[in-house]
Design a binder for this molecule. Sequence first.
Ligand code: DNO
Ligand code: MN
Length: 347
Amino acid sequence: MKLSFRWYGEDDPVKIGYIRQIPNMYSVVTAVYDVPVGEVWSVESIEKLKKTTEDNGLHFDVIESVPVHEDIKLGLPTREKFIENYKENIRRLGNAGVKVICYNFMPIFDWTRTQLDYVLPDGSTALVYFKKQLEKMDPLTGELSLPGWDASYTKKDLNDLFEKYKSVDEEKLFENLEYFLKAIIPVAEEAGVKMAIHPDDPPYSIFGLPRIITGEENLDRFLKLVDSEYNGLTFCTGSFGSSNKNDVVAMVDKYAAMGRIHFMHIRNVKLYEDDSFEESAHYSPCGSLDIVAIMKALHKNGFDGYLRPDHGRMIWGETGRPGYGLYDRALGASYMTGIWETLDKLK
Ligand code: DNO
Ligand code: MN
């Protein structure tokens, strides 16, 4: 496993120089943020990011995300141009030595939470998703903007998009995903870049929008759409783990054995019966997931892809981008390194 860490570039309050100080750190996970979703990334911006990364002793191996334009997810005729742009981004990133691209296929919203600063009993704050709070939220009239997303919308954009999605159900979304994959995976193969889809977070429909990367059955279908190693997964334990239907350890074992997991996001969640959840510290007893069992499943299958701590709590007075502070994610990274070292030595 290659330990990695998300970095939002020069504007990130977490300095890349601090990331390199985390023991066992191998690669950053980053992206170019200077062009709108759907456009081609300039070689200059890519090279600059690569240089900064390498000057700091880290690898520039993983991009999260190259966001997918809504026209592709909607299957509009205008998708052609955006698919061409996407292919070009894959080629350019491949030329820069990138090995894995993470992306998602969630309509309109990326990860969704109902509160970003929920106070846990120990005084730290965490991202949470409470069904009761969600029922009161209306993206069309209220405010809904979460830091960390690759796109942001005005109310007008949102209204227009919701209108367009009225004709897209899960089957249609699957079709549009298949169309996209059939176009890009051959390019990814040629460029030597493994594509890794991130699950829907949470893994079920919200606000009436379709969601398809939700659990085992749909993952099996997804992997068969294009049966290539280059069509793979970002396995996010917290995303899959926020539905009681998913057996996360069994899924990790299965897809790692198939060689289709290229990138792991590891975080723990404390799951309620109604699928509401709190993001907890990584340490297994703090949440509902058995992180050791997850690491064991990876280790057993000889996982040598990338792995990063996903969201962390805000602790020790740190402020900044919720979920993406340095301290708790660094604790998570070290916890996972400790588990992995132990598994190596017990072998
Ligand atoms: C949250 C993050 C996501 C992720 C995108 C990938 O858990 O992992 O925001 O970056 O969904 O496209
Ligand atoms: Mn994730």
